[in-house]
Design a protein around this ligand. Structure first.
Ligand SMILES: Nc1ncnc2c1ncn2[C@@H]1O[C@H](COP(=O)(O)OP(=O)(O)OP(=O)(O)O)[C@@H](O)[C@H]1O
Length: 264
């Protein structure tokens, strides 16, 4: 699939100013994710668990990419390493052109904040805050100007189709609506990369499909890359690419433009 000719659109407003290089605004040619020979070993000696065994991957462009695999195949480990929540034992991990191993802890925090949006199975909403307040939490942390914050929260809620539910608390929303609020919260910092670990795991099949369709539309409309781990077979139909992990190895990888680009 051809790459967009121009830079990606940034409908959720320009990137924040910061002391570190603006990783969230890396050139569009830069793959958002590049893994080379990535390994992750938990523990050591005879009890060592080889969760990832030499994963190569290149992701770029507005793509919805599904990672699937049996329980224990390494999906969460892979997503956490790409998102900078965990460090690889070996190999190279580049996100928006930056080698994560070369970043300090603080730089990794900034990389996550500016480049990556996370969505988890359990939604992770704060129960006593409204939908809008939940979505606005990342912007409060970064001391975003209140007027800009309100505008970006409103836009993010519109993207997930919940502009009319801004004042509702999580308990007043359905499971699918709660996950859409969580997606809006992940989008409000305008990430290049959205990482979702079993985002529909707590939803019934019909609701899961609705959430995934919404995600599909957001990937296309916002020109971001979404990496979604799921067991759900029907959700893979909406993906541009499907990566199969088995025992820490990537079996299928036709991602990032070139044929077999990044395939193991
Ligand atoms: N912190 C840890 N310490 C030791 N082993 C771990 C740790 N985290 C994961 N593992 C092991 O690494 C392997 C991969 O786990 P991971 O959670 O990445 O798989 P998964 O595909 O996401 O599984 P699931 O679908 O059940 O969430 C498994 O064998 C798991 O037991």
């Amino acid at each position: 699939m051809p790459e967009p000719a121009a830079g990606r659109t940034a409908p959720l407003a320009p990137g924040p100013a910061g002391a570190t290089p603006p990783v969230g605004t890396a050139p569009v040619e830069t793959p958002v994710v590049e893994l080379r020979a990535v390994t992750r070993v938990y523990g050591n000696g005879r009890t060592a668990v080889h969760a990832l065994r030499g994963v190569d991957m290149t992701l770029r462009g507005a793509k919805l990419i599904v990672v699937r695999g049996r329980s224990g195949s390494g999906k969460t480990t892979l997503l956490n390493i790409i998102g900078g929540l965990d460090l690889a034992t070996g190999g190279t991990v580049r996100v928006a052109g930056r080698d994560l191993a070369g970043l300090s802890e603080r730089e990794r925090v900034l990389m996550r904040r500016d480049t990556v949006g996370f969505v988890f199975q359990s939604f992770g909403l704060i129960p006593f805050l409204s939908a809008a307040e939940n979505v606005g939490v990342p912007l409060r942390i970064t001391n975003t100007d209140p007027a800009e914050r309100d505008q970006r929260v409103q836009r993010a809620l519109e993207l997930v189709g919940l502009a009319g539910h801004a004042a509702h608390r999580p308990a007043e929303l359905s499971g699918g609506q709660q996950q859409r609020v969580a997606i809006a919260r992940a989008l409000v910092q305008r990430p290049r990369l959205l990482i979702a670990d079993e985002p529909t795991g707590h939803l019934d099949a019909e609701t899961a499909l609705q959430v995934m369709r919404r995600l599909r539309g957001i990937v296309d409309g916002e020109h971001l890359t979404a990496l979604v781990a799921t067991h759900d077979r029907q959700l893979t139909d909406l993906a541009d690419e499907v990566l199969d992990l088995r025992d820490g190895k990537l079996l299928v990888a036709q991602v990032g433009g070139g044929p077999q680009d990044g395939a193991t």
